[in-house]
Design a protein around this ligand. Sequence first.
Ligand code: FES
Ligand SMILES: [Fe+2]
Length: 444
Amino acid sequence: MTEIHPLTMKGRDPSHLRGDPITGDRYYSRDFAEKEWQHMWTRIWHVAGRVAELEEPGDYVVHDFLHESVICVLQKDDSIRAFYNSCGHRGLRLVSQSSWGAERFHCPYHGWEWGIDGTLLHVQDPEDFPQGNPCGKLTLKELRCDTWGGFVWYTMDDEAPELLDYLEPLPEVYRNYPMDTAVRVKWMKIDLNCNWKFTTDNFSESYHTRTLHPQVPPWIDQDVDSARHEMWPNGHGRTVQPMRPSLSDRLPDGEVHPFDELLKHWGIDPASYPDFETKAMQGWLDLKAAKRKLWAERGYVHYENMDDEQLTDSPHTVVFPNVTLSFLPDNLLFFRTEPHPDDPNKCTFDLWLMAYPMEGMTEVESIMAGVLPMQEASLEHRAFDDGAGVPELEGQIVYQDMTLAEAQQKGWRSRGYTDAYLSAQETRVRFFHEVINDYIEGRR
Ligand code: FES
Ligand SMILES: [Fe+2]
């Protein structure tokens, strides 16, 4: 089993929290959104893109966040450097979107040319500057940039901890997954009419699963005592649930059972167990053993270093404050919401479905969007629009969550809502808000 990090806070016991109220204004007040910008967004590490997007020097990804924009560009020495997307002459935004093979960044206003290393290479009329030729003097303003998990990260804060320290203990906890190799087979950005915190709240608890996602309990155990909840000092947290049927959610006899199919796939006869309970519990152990025995000959190279828990279970992980990574044995799912630049009642939802390549694999079951080609996808930007904007996701877990976004946002604005009344298994929701409060109230 995965070792629990020594800094882990207690499971689902909320007694180590202050109990700060989760008031409605946090989700719609412009004043609160401004505090988040001033004290939190400018200090955390952001994901700009996938390292796989940067193959040759001069390839770059542009990450727009609120009113800011950052260019992360691959250098000739294979390092990645990040610069604010703003010309050092009079501030024009230099580039509008990610692209490849830039020799230099050419400002469309007065023609200044910046190297991919941020140095100023050429200006018009260099002798006409009373304060001296800007070439050799000015550079693009640089930000700290680093990589982890096959993602490119940057921070606007010169004082922020190093990325791996900020992510603590996730790099250690997830060291067995070959995240660098995961291929983004579906890449969507979806406009939602809710505050960005809706999704971190939602991904911090599984209490809603039985109601909203009835297809899940026969697949991932939703029994309250089966889950393990972990919260770490930097604000990250996760819930680990076994991928086996919940004992209290039985599909009617005769229905195709997803767990039976999984057992069969790994050479185990579901009929060999005397009853449902034994099949769920012993079958889950047998599945681990079968995967451990057969992974190499079947080409599941991504299993090579996984431990028993990782081979069959589902750690659903929030990287504070707005990224959720779901580590499935064969898929890595990246979810993220980012605030709308001007309206706290809106956000964008990033959905990156990633899969680990296996030899000869040309197609992959993407978990949420059917069978897809095993190759890097292009970005699709849609509006949710009551589901009409993303028909291919209909019925999927994440779609079911999105159907609630607007009603949740409206409810938060009601005078009838003053605070959440949380179950113990929702403790991570309050933990998340308390870490935000730590940032905006100056404790971090
Ligand atoms: S603003 Fe870029 S060259 Fe003038
Ligand atoms: Fe959900």
